[in-house]
Design a protein around this ligand. Sequence first.
Ligand code: FES
Length: 180
Amino acid sequence: MTKHTPTPRSQEPEDVQKRDFIKGLTAAFLGFITLFLTIPLVSYLIPSSTGGSDEKFLKVPNFPTLGTDKPTKMTTVEDVDVQAFITTKVVYEVWVIKHAADKATVYSSLCPHLNCRYNFDSTKDVFACPCHGSVFNEGGKCIAGPAPRPLDTLPYKIEGGELFVQYKLFKAGIPEKVEA
Ligand code: FES
């Protein structure tokens, strides 16, 4: 009895077309995945041209309605790009003393001793830090406690009656005001 070994079937043009189609589809899919993974990496490595809050003045709401010469804690919000297509909101707190429609003092809300958040004691007209007892007058001068420097003022501008603040962080625990 003779045994027949199967001979490979010659490839039909239809088979070749299917194979090329699948190859093309796979290449397109891999290209898309590579692009999808690369964009966030590149956006992480290249700093945004607008920079962080270091370069931006953020609007502090309700400045026109604020009473004068009364320290008020206010918040401002920044939308920050954390990854491609994803933004998150960062809330900054500042203390504002409005002196006039075009003049104010703006303090960072962090105590220069060790970065606790301090409050305003309206019965004594002083800023008081709950952590280690530093006390500051309305001018920001430390009048009691371990804080090594006055309260940190922040750059601001007033445009169209609205207050805009440049939020910055400073190194804690040292006598000089140095950006962190
Ligand atoms: S952090 Fe304010 S007194 Fe220490």
